[in-house]
Design a protein around this ligand. Structure first.
Ligand code: SF4
Length: 284
C-alpha cells in the first residue's frame, strides 16, 4: 500500500504541509486502505494541492468548496474513505458555511485543515486565523479583527470529533488522522502548519513555545465537552491532541433511510431516454 505518487510537491522548502501529506499517507496505510479506497478532495490554496500529491482518487476543487464535493463523493459511494483538505482561508473564510453545516450534519468524512494563519498562495495576506494586530500587505497597520477559533466553533456546532496537531509532531498527527478516519461521523483535525515564507510570527519556534499537549494535562477527558471548551479557552486554543470525541451520536449516513441500500455509484439506474425526458420535463 503505497500512497506516494511521482508528483513532486512545489511547496516551499520547510513548509509545514509536507508533514501533513506524509501523515495522511501513513494514516491511510495504517488503517489498511488501498489507494482505490481513498478519495482526497481539496480546495484552493497552497495546501489545496495535496490532492494531487497522494496516490488515491483526488479532486482539486474550487475555493472553499472541498466539503460540498467531499460530501457528494461520500453520499454517492460510501465504500470510499473520504478526506477533505485545505487551508485556514479555504475552510474558515470562504468555506466557513460549509464547515459548520458539515460538522452539524456529522457526515462520515475526515477534514484536515492546514492552518498557517495567513494566505500563502496569494503571497501573504491576513486570514481569519491571523491574530489581532497581525501585519501583512492587506493589513499594514495591523489587523483589527479577532482570529476565529475553529476548535471552539466546532464544539459549539455539535462536532463529534475535534482534534488539533502541529506538523512537526508527525507521529501524533498520523495517529489523529487514523482516529479521524475510523470515527463514525465528521472529524475535524486542525493542523498548525507553518508558512515559512510569509508568516514570520507563527513560526515553528513560536508554536514550540506556545503549544500545550493535552497528554500533558493530567486527567484530561476528551469525552467531556465542557472540559474541552474550558481547556481551549484557558489555552487560547493552543493545544494539541484529541480535544473531544463523541462516539454515541449516529452519523448522517446511519440516520438516512435507504442509505444502506445500493450506493448510487453501484446502482443500476436503468435510465432510458423516455424516463430522462420525463424527469427533465417535470422541471420545465
Ligand atoms: Fe507553504 Fe507558505 Fe510556501 Fe505556501 S507560501 S508553500 S504555505 S511556505
Amino acid at each position: 500500500k503505497d500512497f506516494r505518487n511521482n508528483v513532486k510537491p512545489n511547496w516551499c522548502p520547510g513548509c509545514g504541509d509536507f508533514s501533513v501529506q506524509a501523515a495522511m499517507q501513513r494514516a491511510a496505510a495504517n488503517v489498511g486502505l488501498e489507494p482505490e479506497n481513498l478519495a482526497v478532495i481539496s480546495g484552493i490554496g497552497c495546501s489545496g494541492r495535496i490532492s494531487g500529491y497522494i496516490n488515491s482518487y483526488g479532486f482539486h476543487g474550487i475555493h472553499g468548496r472541498s466539503l460540498p464535493i467531499a460530501q457528494g463523493v461520500k453520499m454517492a459511494n460510501r465504500d470510499l474513505t473520504v478526506i477533505a483538505s485545505g487551508g485556514d482561508g479555504d475552510g474558515f473564510a470562504i468555506g466557513m458555511g460549509h464547515t459548520i453545516h458539515a460538522i452539524r450534519r456529522n457526515i462520515d468524512i475526515t477534514y484536515v485543515v492546514m492552518d498557517n494563519q495567513i494566505y500563502g498562495l496569494t503571497k501573504g495576506q491576513t486570514s481569519p486565523r491571523s491574530a489581532a494586530g497581525f501585519k501583512t500587505k492587506s493589513t499594514p497597520m495591523g489587523s483589527v479583527e479577532q482570529a476565529i477559533s475553529p476548535m471552539e466553533m466546532a464544539l459549539t456546532a455539535g462536532a463529534t470529533f475535534v482534534a488539533q496537531s502541529f506538523s512537526t509532531d508527525l507521529k501524533d498527527l498520523t495517529a489523529l488522522i487514523e482516529a479521524g478516519i475510523k470515527h463514525k461521523g465528521f472529524s475535524l483535525i486542525n493542523v498548525y502548519s507553518p508558512c515559512v515564507t510569509y508568516n514570520k510570527v507563527n513560526t515553528y519556534d513560536w508554536f514550540k513555545e506556545n503549544l500545550t499537549k493535552l497528554s500533558d494535562i493530567e486527567g484530561y477527558d476528551p469525552s467531556n465537552r465542557e472540559e474541552a471548551m474550558q481547556t481551549l479557552m484557558k489555552h487560547n486554543g493552543l493545544v494539541t491532541g484529541l480535544i473531544y470525541q463523541n462516539t454515541e451520536r449516529q452519523s448522517y449516513q446511519e440516520l438516512i433511510n435507504g442509505y444502506a441500500e445500493t450506493p448510487l455509484s453501484k446502482a443500476d439506474l436503468n435510465l432510458d431516454q423516455q424516463y430522462f425526458d420525463k424527469l427533465v420535463g417535470e422541471f420545465m
